[in-house]
Design a protein around this ligand. Structure first.
Ligand code: C2E
Ligand code: MG
Ligand code: MG
Length: 364
């Protein structure tokens, strides 16, 4: 583990993610602490809880974060009278002096599903259960592979995988997600090492990132460093930007994307037409590719959906953007997408996401 690099990105990530967590390495294993969440729960018994907002004086008494790491790994669940919701917590003992300690209750998460997502992800980070599967994107006329999308696979430890659609939206705003991104890049290195050999020299290898991840220009160095380190030529590496919440500041997002583009990183707007990924983003963000959400393809036989697909392909043509249709599962889907002007596609018909090892077997 490159703990300096991880700490660096975590710190950057903490600057713009509203998450109160920090994770760091302690005695060879990952420890994690809440940056005190601005609250300390000071108690002598569970019945007598008083909430103190952290101020400098309290911080001085507690010393630095290292001391918070001396924790009892005992999650407890409490309901605070003053704050009206259930929280999961972790107890830390912080030495004040030789005979006295203070108990700090770390607030882990404000919702049960969020908490589960968080704990599962921490497990995956701790036990290196992070993998990537890859899915080809192909020219629908020539079958040439134009791109490859890396998709996160978080092992659940029981032989299965955590469902991305449920887990990722809950954790991608958390600072710890930067560790997942870092690990993904370590995995991508392995693909890049043999990409040309596998016959994909001209294809773009895309990683998914949420707009949260790239929102802060400082944090983009995680990707620009990667391009520098591997001396990747333009358009060999790309980011599919997904958005699950409306972008709070489109000017900042645009600045981040320009920085990445200047490094030759190709930018695709993912899940276009779903959620918040709207025409406004096509107009205001410096993107290269529009990926039409798979639900359009699923309904391609519906005349109004077909009209919309054809509208998007016209817009892309006019603005000189590539368009990729997701979710192509049948020959009929493929033909109809082509007829509507969508030239590049991705879907189970052409290729199912697969791990790198199976690429090696199939391509050689
Ligand atoms: P996405 O980026 O739109 O990825 C496409 C999803 O559709 C993938 O699901 C893929 O396996 C699935 N798919 C591909 N072809 C077909 C098809 O023909 N039919 C159907 N029904 N589905 C198809 P997956 O891997 O579960 O990922 C779900 C979402 O999770 C992704 O949607 C993306 O938003 C997010 N995600 C995946 N990997 C990452 C990652 O590394 N980082 C981040 N931030 N998000 C990721
Ligand atoms: Mg994607
Ligand atoms: Mg998508």
């Amino acid at each position: 583990m490159h703990s300096d690099q991880e700490l660096n990105y975590l710190t950057k990530s903490l600057l713009h993610h509203p998450s109160p967590y920090i994770i760091y390495e302690l005695d060879g294993s990952i420890a994690w602490a809440n940056l005190a969440a601005n609250y300390i729960f000071n108690l002598s018994s569970l019945d007598e809880i008083s909430v103190i907002k952290i101020d400098d004086q309290v911080k001085n008494n507690f010393g630095d974060l290292e001391s918070i790491a001396l924790y009892y790994d005992t999650p407890i669940e409490i309901s605070l009278r003053k704050i009206n919701f259930l929280m999961r917590t972790r107890v830390h003992m912080i030495p004040v002096d030789e005979s006295n300690g203070i108990m700090l209750i770390e607030l882990l998460c404000s919702s049960r599903s969020g908490l589960d997502a968080l704990r599962n992800t921490i497990d995956c980070i701790e036990h290196k259960r992070i993998e990537l599967a890859y899915q080809k994107q192909v020219d629908l006329e020539t079958n040439e592979v134009t791109g490859i999308e890396a998709l996160l696979r978080l092992q659940d430890g029981k032989g299965g995988y955590l469902p991305n659609d449920e887990i990722i939206p809950q954790i991608e705003g958390e600072s710890l997600f930067s560790l997942v991104v870092l690990e993904s890049l370590v995995q991508l290195e392995k693909f890049f090492a043999i990409k040309d050999e596998l016959g994909f020299a001209d294809a773009t290898l895309y990683l998914n990132v949420s707009a949260h991840t790239i929102m802060h220009p400082d944090f983009c160095s995680i990707f620009t460093d990667f391009v520098d380190k591997h001396q990747l030529s333009p358009n060999k590496f790309g980011l599919e930007v997904t958005e699950t919440a409306e972008l709070s500041d489109i000017t900042i997002a645009s600045k981040s994307l320009s920085l990445l583009k200047d490094k030759g990183i190709k930018i695709a707007l993912d899940d276009f037409g779903a959620g918040y990924a709207s025409l406004k983003y096509v107009r205001d963000l410096p993107i290269d590719v529009v990926k039409l959400d798979k639900h359009f393809t699923f309904n391609v036989s519906d005349p109004s959906t077909a009209r919309l697909i054809s509208f998007v392909s016209e817009v892309c043509e006019d603005l000189n953007l590539e368009m990729i249709g997701e979710g192509i599962e049948t020959e009929e889907d493929k033909q109809m997408m082509l007829d509507l002007g969508c030239k590049i596609g991705q879907g189970y018909l052409m290729h199912r996401p697969d791990f790198l090892d199976s690429f090696k077997v199939k391509e050689t």
